[in-house]
Design a protein around this ligand. Structure first.
Ligand code: ADP
Ligand code: MG
Length: 223
């Protein structure tokens, strides 16, 4: 995945994960996962993500967006603090399951990281029971997350990284109001990462509403 896709941000060109200031455990786990070079979207988005900036990233399906935000949130995670520190919102249960699976693989580097999925179409009770046991990272769909907030079964006040994955699809599916409710339950002191394949006007509106001086990156469309 490397030589054909040179990446650059603010004049800096990065292709190797080892050029990033990632925790050594995360780096060596990437090696064992067979991730050698960053994809373009990773090379462009990870430097500002790791600086703690809000980031808007545009990249097609298969461009490696999950590891981009996944490494960002794992870098910030304190496994000893057993609180929900990251929330990843996805449009569908299938996507949430895929993201959770990749996050668990990336998180193998850090002992005892708990990733919990909260999606609709499954009973509420077991999810409530899992939440009582706690988690570090929640991956879910906006509707079910909103339901948990309404019932008081989910506390997002300690979230320091909020990820909107496939934001364009979430808006197409009518999740705008659910998203607004969710934003209002998260700590205002957080990093926001927004990933999308397309950029309709509503995305810009969300970005204006919740983001602070976001950095926008776009993977080359040749990919
Ligand atoms: P997207 O969310 O952009 O559609 P994914 O994050 O699901 O794409 O990544 C697509 C596939 O590429 C996954 O199977 C993932 O494990 C793999 N992948 C991601 N980053 C890398 C990398 N740097 N090197 C090798 N494989 C990668
Ligand atoms: Mg994806």
């Amino acid at each position: 995945m490397r030589a054909h896709f040179p990446t650059s941000v603010a004049g800096v060109s990065l292709t190797s994960f080892s050029e990033l200031a990632l925790k050594p455990a995360l780096l060596s786990n990437l090696d064992s996962l067979g991730y050698q070079q960053m994809t373009p979207i990773q090379g462009l988005s990870l430097p500002p993500i790791l600086k703690g900036k809000d980031v808007i990233a545009q990249g097609k399906t298969g461009s490696g967006k999950t590891a981009a935000f996944g490494l960002g949130l794992l870098q910030n995670l304190d496994a000893k603090r057993y609180r929900i520190q990251s929330l990843v919102l996805c449009p569908t249960r299938e996507l949430a399951d895929q993201v959770a699976k990749q996050l668990r693989a990336l998180a193998r580097a850090i002992p005892n990281v708990k990733v919990l999925t909260l999606c609709g179409g499954v009973p509420f009770g077991p999810q409530r029971a899992s939440l009582e046991h706690g988690a570090h990272i929640i991956v879910g769909t906006p509707g079910r997350i909103e339901d948990h907030l309404g019932k008081g079964t989910l506390d997002l006040r300690q979230v320091n990284t909020l990820v909107l994955d496939e934001a364009d699809r979430m808006l197409e599916m009518g999740f705008q109001d659910a998203l607004d409710t969710i934003f209002s339950h998260c700590s205002p002191r957080r990093q926001n990462l927004l990933f999308s394949a397309t950029f309709p006007a509503e995305i810009t509106k969300i970005a204006k509403k919740i983001m602070f001086e976001p950095e926008t990156v776009k993977a080359p469309s040749t990919h």
